[in-house]
Structures are given as C-alpha cells and as structure tokens.
Design a protein around this ligand. Structure first.
Ligand code: CDP
Length: 211
C-alpha cells in the first residue's frame, strides 16, 4: 500500500505522514527534505539558487542518509528548497529515488507536493492536507519560536505568514509538478483540528481506501 500525502507549507502533512507510517509499520519519506537538502548545500557552498545546472548536479548526488532533518528545518532552508524545487532538472534528478522508495515491497508513506500527481499516481490512498494560511503560519511560527529562530512577536508572526504565502504561490505557479490536488485525492482541512483529530480523520480516509 502506497499512501501519498500532499499539501502546502506547514499544513501538518509531515506529522500525519509519520503517524500513519508508524500505525501501519511502513517506511516514511518526507520528500521536502530532499529539496531542503539541495537548497542547504547550495547555500553552504555559496552557489546562487538560480543556478539550475549546479542544483541538478547536487540533487543527482544527494544521499538520503546524509539528510539531517533537524538542521534542514530552518526558515532559510525552506525558502531555498522552494526555489530549487522549481527547477525541472532538480525534480528529474530526485524522481527515481522517490519512485524506488514508493515501490518498496509492502508499501510506503511519502509526503510532499507532487506525490499523488507525479511520484506515485497509482498510490492506493491519496490525501491532500491543508489549512488556512493564518493557521499554518501560526503553527510554523510556534515551531520557529520554540527552535529559538524567532521571537514571540506579532512582527515575526506576520513575517512567517508572508513567507508561507510567498512559498505557496511559488509552489503552485511553477511549471513542473506544481502543488495541486490530485483528481482522486481526498482533501483534509485541518484548520479546526488538533493533531489527534487530524490523525483520526486521516486514518479513516486511508482505511476507507483499503476496504
Ligand atoms: O515543511 P514544509 O511544508 O514547510 O516544507 P517541505 O515539505 O519541507 O518542502 C519544502 C519545499 O520543497 C516546498 O516549499 C516545495 O517547494 C518543495 N517540495 C516540492 O517541490 N516537492 C515535494 N514533493 C516536496 C517539497
């Protein structure tokens, strides 16, 4: 069983994917980390993010084992990820790795932007997890304050909201594998849901597909 979970920034898809994978004992891949990994290396080495050729070469040599989720969750890295993710050759370089992960015997859970549309169009269950931009910004803001990256101020909240809106626009407008709802995906709006409620709702969607 392949479970594809897509959605915009800070929609909670990563948390849900982790929980669903644990529930079924399936391997989980947070595909955002791949783009974050490429973006991070570009920043660390001082390459301009719009250099498609270098970004694609880095993507080609990316090793999942080297991706440090904690280090890649910064605001700057998310922004860089969204820039390099718009480069077609970068997406192409990361395609096989994701398809191999999805095709493991027994199945897998993947979360990202294009899992149900491009990476695993035949996935048995597809969820599109979303929430209002204000709620998503609030969640990301609390995460970044807890990490010590931002101060607990209204100005910093507004900066996160602006980041999220800019990133959604970039992810939705790009030509290659834009963020969109797969025709056969079920939309889960978590604006009014806590983590447990969202998990129960997500599980019910997957179970209905399994039945
Ligand atoms: O955690 P958050 O939702 O903020 O971001 P993420 O899932 O780690 O993804 C970071 C960026 O990578 C996104 O803004 C997308 O531009 C890109 N991405 C993508 O293009 N395709 C994917 N399957 C996953 C992420």
């Amino acid at each position: 069983m392949i479970v594809a979970i897509d959605g915009p920034a800070a929609s909670g898809k990563g948390t849900l994917a982790k929980r669903i994978a644990a529930h079924y004992g399936l391997p989980h891949l947070d595909t955002g980390l791949l783009y974050r990994g490429v973006g991070r290396i570009m920043l660390d080495r001082g390459f301009p993010l719009d250099n498609v050729e270098i970004a694609a070469t880095i993507a080609d040599h990316l090793d999942i084992a080297d991706l440090n989720a904690e280090r890649l969750r910064t605001r700057e890295t998310g922004e860089a990820a969204s820039v390099v993710a718009a480069h077609g050759p970068v997406r192409k370089a990361l395609l096989d790795l994701q398809r191999r992960f999805a095709g493991q015997p027994g199945g897998a859970v993947l979360d990202g932007r294009d899992i149900g549309t491009v990476i695993a169009p035949d996935a048995g269950a597809k969820l599109f997890v979303t929430a209002s931009s204000e709620e998503r910004a609030r969640r990301r803001f609390h995460e970044l304050v807890a990490r010590g990256e931002l101060t607990d101020s209204d100005a910093d909240y507004r900066a996160v909201l602006a980041d999220i809106e800019k990133r959604d626009a970039r992810d939705s407008a790009r030509a290659d594998a834009p963020l969109m709802v797969a025709a056969d995906a079920t939309i889960l709006d978590t604006t009014q849901l806590g983590i447990e409620e969202a998990f129960a709702a997500a599980l019910a969607i997957v179970e209905a597909k399994r039945a």
